[in-house]
Ligand binder design. Structure first.
Ligand code: BTN
Length: 274
């Protein structure tokens, strides 16, 4: 993958400028600096290797050269999106996961699903992570940096002992290892499509329809400062999502609750029976 190969493979997509880096610290950081210095909507940063890739909740994200997709797209909220920032902004983080799910399913026949809020799973293992970060002037969101990492080759995975959650790759699950730039094209096409309907009910419907554990018993844990799983916040049956992306649960006593943050796990059946 290099600048000219990327420009060729991505040609025809309505992107602004594309910047490829053989190695950088984090595509989200480079895209954030670019946004601050006036990047246009749909400007793209792609890297072969990240030396300080970041995950959600201050976690590390490993990008092995030649094996993974790591990119960040600068999205500038429209006036309409800004006017509904409270509800709509969280949808940008769902946008990445919804797009990757559709791309993996359509082009690679993989049964991808979303572990709320925005991890993408295949066969119960994580294949992709999404880190959406907003920039603000006062209470006005000026840009969203949508960072996405996808494990493509089987050697993309970090050693088992540093994994918090089982991981997998496109090659492991589909038996093929397509050109990363082609996978990127498929994902970007989906992002641009779903972004155009971000405010519409169809977007929330797709985010919800693609949720892993829908209708199952899950537990929600708090997130600690260090990114470690914290105390149990709630448990219940996963009902779906609110318009702002909050997770809706029905507790064993029949109460319906919404939670905007935390981490979910499938609740072990034996713990539920206790
Ligand atoms: C997570 O699973 O916690 C989110 C991982 C997000 C990783 C991507 S890779 C491209 C972009 N640059 C980063 O530093 N992080 C995101």
């Amino acid at each position: 993958m290099d600048q000219s190969n990327l420009e060729q493979t991505l040609s025809g997509l309505p992107l602004a400028e594309i910047r490829f880096y053989p190695s950088l610290e984090s595509t989200n950081d480079v895209a954030a600096d670019w946004a601050l210095s006036g990047a246009q909507d749909a400007s793209l940063v792609v890297a072969d290797q990240q030396r300080k890739g970041r995950g959600r909740l201050g976690r590390t994200w490993v990008t092995v050269p030649g094996m993974a997709l790591a990119f960040s797209l600068v999205l500038l909220p429209t006036a309409q999106e800004r006017a509904h920032a409270q509800t709509i902004l969280s949808r940008f983080s769902g946008l990445g996961a919804v797009a990757v799910c559709h791309a993996l399913r359509t082009h690679y026949h993989l049964p991808a699903s979303i572990k709320w809020p925005n991890d993408v799973l295949v066969a119960g293992k994580k294949i992709c992570g999404v880190l959406a970060e907003a920039q603000w002037i006062g209470s006005r969101p000026t840009a969203v940096i949508l960072g996405i990492g996808v494990n493509i080759g089987a050697r993309a995975l970090p050693p088992q002992n540093v994994l918090r959650f089982p991981a997998t790759s496109l090659q492991t699950e589909s038996g093929i290892s397509p050109a990363r730039s082609l996978v990127l094209r498929h994902i970007l096409a989906e992002i641009l499509h779903w972004r155009s309907v971000l405010m519409a009910p169809v977007f929330m419907q797709s985010w919800q329809d693609n949720l892993a554990y829908l209708g199952e018993w899950v537990q929600l844990t708090a997130i600690t400062q260090s990114g470690e799983p914290g105390a149990l916040v709630a448990q219940g049956r996963l009902l779906g999502l609110d318009p702002d992306g909050a997770l809706r649960l029905r507790t064993p006593t029949g109460q319906e609750l919404s939670h905007r943050s935390g981490e979910i796990q499938l609740r072990p059946v034996d713990s539920f029976l206790k």
